[in-house]
Design a binder for this molecule. Sequence first.
Ligand SMILES: Cc1ncc(COP(=O)(O)O)c(C=O)c1O
Length: 399
Amino acid sequence: MNRRLWLKNSAALTVGATALPSLLQKAYADPVARQELYLDLSHEFRAALAADALPPAAVKARLGANENPWGLSAKTKQAVGDSLLEANRYAMRATMDLYKAISEKDGVPMPQAAAGGWGGPSKSFIKLGCGSTELLNASLMHFATKGTIMVGDPCYISGNDEKFPIDKVKLTADYQYDLDAMAAKADPAKHSLIYICNPNNPTGNMLPPDKLRKFIDEVSPKVPVLVDEAYIDYATDPKTDCMVDKVKEGKNVIVLRTLSKLYAFAGMRLGYALGKPELLQDISKYTMNGFGLSLPTIRGAIAAFADADNQKMVLTKTAESKKYAMDFLTKAGYKVIPSYANFMLFPVNMKGSELNAKLMNEGVMVRNWFFDGQHWCRVSIGTMDEMKAFTEAFTKVAS
Ligand SMILES: Cc1ncc(COP(=O)(O)O)c(C=O)c1O
């Protein structure tokens, strides 16, 4: 989409916002919301816009947003297509089917109707959102009214300190979350939430699961912990490396998931939060309560969860592409941080923005970061062709 069209569409969206349901209007009229507490993802949009400035044929590799280049699986596309036949109806039944799929996949209870029916506060361990962004934003809005949010530095949301009261705790020398420092610092009189992204974006590395469990046991009785597991599907063993067991134990913990990565739903928009009902109820007032999801997205998600062969294919190809890029960079002398995600981060010898621009000239998109007195390049893992385009362009502009 070109810039003019994008701006036009943004304007249309703004007009559409006047039709928001009254509950949501009330939430946005909240004094806290009025202070413009919001998750600033404008850098993501800027990167997308810059890419859209290139003629589509000139884009050789989109490696800037950790997307899944293999796209929706054939079974998912079929389910999305089939759903159009019932897309004139509201998606209540499909939503219940999706709850069931998530409940079976992650082993959390199905939502129970509240006394008085589904309109009331439900006892749900699952909250659905338009991408995990809706739920992350809602969590930040809610907890920012109660105090300061502790984050690792850098992490996915550490650049939001103008939008939220944020307390940044530097990563350790090997770029891991400094859990000891975070535990020592956690103060219920000051902090309302601790945000841990695991695997971490942008570093790509991961905390040893038992260390994180111990941290949650120790700290969450004082300060709730939100574990953003956007990339957990790429971990060694997602089922045992994830923190859902802490949710089931009733700890003060919210686990956030997205389908944007392994399931290729970045443009379909679906994420969910797992947590005990009291915690999820707190963030509900800033969400659409799952009512913002389209039927094709819901039906597609159920099919995507069931398509184990496709998940395996994506993981295998991601591992192949990752190994290729890792071998190339290591051989060229770069110290890549070990990655448990669909991207990797390494320090570079020139200004990150300059590297970005030069790579973009070659039709290759990446993201740059600056922290620890050092410029870094974050490259998403794409198809083998995309990784070859990256290594060719990188060799040309960086050596
Ligand atoms: C760590 C992390 N959390 C959340 C998101 C948001 O994902 P989405 O809104 O597409 O579900 C992203 C997107 O890249 C991410 O990297």
